[in-house]
Ligand binder design. Sequence first.
Ligand SMILES: Nc1ncnc2c1ncn2[C@@H]1O[C@H](COP(=O)(O)OP(=O)(O)OP(=O)(O)O)[C@@H](O)[C@H]1O
Ligand SMILES: [Mg+2]
Length: 482
Amino acid sequence: MKKSAAAPAADKQLVMIVDDEPDMLLMLKRVVTRQCGCEVILASTGLAALRELESCRPDVVVTDIKMPDLDGLHLLKKITELDKTISVIIMTGYGTIEMAVQALKDGAYDFLQKPFDNDHIVRVIRYCLERTRLLRDNRQLQEKLDDLALPQGFVGQSPALRKVLDLIARIADTDATVLIRGESGTGKELAARALHELSNRKQHRMITVNCPALPEQILESELFGYSKGAFTGAAQDKKGLFLAADRSTILLDEIADIPVPVQTKLLRVLQEKEIQPLGQNNTIRIDARVVASTNQDLEARITAGEFRADLFYRLNVVTVKMPSLLDMREDIPLLVHHFLERYKRQHSRPELLIAPEALQFLCQQQWPGNVRELQHTIKRAVLLAPGNIITVSDVCIADEKSDPQRCPEDRMLKLCNLSYHEAKAEVVQQFTIVYLRQLLSRHQGNVTAAARESGLERQAFQRIMRRYAILSTDFRGDKLGG
Ligand SMILES: Nc1ncnc2c1ncn2[C@@H]1O[C@H](COP(=O)(O)OP(=O)(O)OP(=O)(O)O)[C@@H](O)[C@H]1O
Ligand SMILES: [Mg+2]
């Protein structure tokens, strides 16, 4: 066992190379130390590597397959049991290709056939170093998220969000009417759900009324119900939503849009705690907790005579003001991680990671549509990102839509925030993906033909396809034009 240094510097990543050929170890150590800017640790057998793994956690392990004591496949298994974020590259010699294929199935990132080109191994190791870094960032965010213990659905730890969640927790188990205010997409409905879930009414279903969706007449009969014959078309008695919300919570979503006559009736319900279905003389007592939400300037609506001031005061016993995403900007990484995990699962893209530059880009945006807009941006990136890493261009598609002319230049300008090497890598990646997809599309998914036209070896072509998660089946005839 030989080490290049006693212990890796804290900020340096670590590559472990395992091979029983001393010359190979020395050659790789020289190349990797010089060109990957990381620490290197060497092990001459599989067992020696395992012993070393007890005390250090490399980012990348490059291992031979055939070794006397413990072979590469078994070492790979032990490594994945120990820490799934370590990227493993398998080196294969003559006659071990089948084992290498098995290694890929078992979770190795890539395999390299000996003898290999130094530039190639450097590229693969660099990619793996980045991959491990992203996986570990991801794991850290997940651990943070697991520790937060927030009401169902909420993510974030900014003071602005904490303050509002504290208020929700304090008032949830009271009967106080609550007015939830905030810009569009800030989580008003989520807050209403939290109020309900944290109350002793939670065993009953919360009723949500989307006020603007219903015309005046229908809104009134939906809210308060009616009896048979109350109006033309009332063929039988109908229970209103207030009655359905008895002993539960009723959310009047977008309350500002309720017509004034319905406002008057609502005021009576809030004052008297009873409803009178249309066409009935008697009233019914109701125990429904009322929560209302709006993103509008209710005070201005009152001044304009469009909203009753007395209803406003009745609703506004407690105000919960949801923060805009800009007020909780520090929560963006956690939110991105949360949505990314959700959509990766939903769309079966478990390998997908987000590049730090893309995350940084998301943290700098204005987000007029708040959390919902961020959520949609991540969903779109998961659906459309061509490679396994979400890059800046995958999350700036919204700009492209709003002004298609400006976007190519914008994209270039955004690249200028990166270092030269990062920007170049980004452009090369974009180009490679478009290039491969074009060729595969032209040859209807026939990899041999596409590789021939590109002038690359079939194997090399396939390796690049795998790196960017490009599937030949996506280009087969039956999928085209669909
Ligand atoms: N802090 C948060 N953590 C996780 N998800 C959130 C958060 N805030 C909002 N969301 C999500 O954002 C989306 C929009 O939230 P919601 O519908 O509650 O917003 P809203 O304020 O009612 O919007 P609108 O005014 O447009 O009706 C939902 O998918 C919700 O789950
Ligand atoms: Mg809403």
